[in-house]
Write a protein that binds this ligand. Sequence first.
Ligand SMILES: [Zn+2]
Length: 73
Amino acid sequence: MFSGPKLLLLFAVLWLVWLVFRLIDRRNWTLNAGQEKTTEKKADSFVELTECEGCGAYVTAAGCDNSDCPVNS
Ligand SMILES: [Zn+2]
């Protein structure tokens, strides 16, 4: 059915196809990982929100920027 060289060529073609599919798969995986990282970052900044002692507003860890807040006056 297949002679030696032809069989080797067939394997080479199959290997190349597998390689291309793996590359595409890896690229998709990297894109997904990037999206997950962005979501994680958003979640982190949400957790960092704390209630201001002066005005009760939810502010970031950087501090309250409310001009009506007693902390800023
Ligand atoms: Zn405040």
